[in-house]
Design a protein around this ligand. Structure first.
Ligand SMILES: Nc1ncnc2c1ncn2[C@@H]1O[C@H](COP(=O)(O)OP(=O)(O)O)[C@@H](O)[C@H]1O
Ligand SMILES: [Mg+2]
Length: 249
């Protein structure tokens, strides 16, 4: 078991965003987490990578509200639910957040190198850079270009490339296809399959349910902060209530 989440609950003030969820990801798997807007998907990823705990700490004693965070998260045999976000990323649990946001003023190359900031071994960083360039030749072509001038699809590739530079064992990818044209979506999904083939485990959050159900070995369906179903795509699609009510298919 690479990632194990047990009884995770997150509330902001009294609103429960994530309600007692448990999930497991084995090494080498691609697992999906799907569900409607506002279901709590991003909050789960942010809780796993230590960002909710960081926010809780920041908001303590302020008028900004009160965050409750409960549950156990373990990664690669270690408990990480009390670990700061910057230590979690060092273990190889890397988050590629929603709404691709490279540093717009920086070049493509500088953005990619920012992803390897944790590592002092430059030779290793350059080796990984070559892997990222092989995966995304467009980033190599545009390495000196200012990132803010890239197209939406290229910025998404850059966001994923930057996450890869942090050497993930497990990559959490939040809605990479949202806002992209159909052909680009397909390309993003193809790249994700290539990343999996490199041996990187993936937890993919997506709205494009029909596509991810074909890619993932197992799926979690989230609704209003609760996991309401779990299984392989074909099985989940057989259930008419799940299909119509939660997946909109
Ligand atoms: N920092 C926050 N404070 C209060 N409510 C939030 C915060 N972040 C998200 N929410 C709310 O929590 C719910 C779940 O959000 P989110 O995890 O972003 O869902 P999803 O990623 O599935 O669309 C939404 O109703 C959202 O408005
Ligand atoms: Mg989200």
């Amino acid at each position: 078991m690479l990632l194990s989440v047990s009884n995770l609950t997150v509330s902001y003030d009294r609103a429960m965003l994530v309600n007692d969820i448990s999930m497991q990801v084995d090494s080498g798997e691609l697992i999906s987490l799907v569900g409607p807007n506002g279901a709590g998907k991003s909050t789960i990823l942010r809780a796993i990578t230590g960002l909710v705990a960081w926010e809780k700490e920041m908001l303590r004693g302020t008028a900004g509200g009160d965050v409750t965070l409960e549950g156990q998260v373990s990664f690669d045999g270690q408990s990480i639910d009390k670990m700061p976000a910057h230590d979690i990323v060092k273990l190889g649990l890397v988050h590629c957040p929603e709404r691709r946001r490279p540093f717009r003023e920086m070049s493509v190359l500088d953005n990619l190198m920012a992803g390897s900031f944790l590592f002092k071994d430059h030779e290793e960083s350059h080796r990984i850079l070559e892997t990222v360039y092989e995966l995304f030749p467009v980033l190599k072509e545009r390495s000196k270009q200012i990132s803010g001038t890239l197209s939406g699809g290229e910025q998404q590739m850059l966001a994923i490339g930057r996450a890869l530079m942090s050497r993930p064992k497990l990559l959490l990818i939040d809605e990479p296809s949202t806002g992209l044209a159909p052909l680009l979506r397909e390309e993003v999904f193809n790249k994700i399959m290539e990343i999996k083939a490199l041996g990187i485990t993936i937890l993919l959050v997506e709205q494009e349910v029909a596509t991810v159900f074909k890619m993932a070995s197992r799926n979690y369906v989230l609704s209003s902060g609760k996991i309401i179903a779990e299984g392989v795509g074909e099985e989940l699609l057989e259930d008419e209530v799940i299909r119509k009510t939660y997946l909109g298919l």
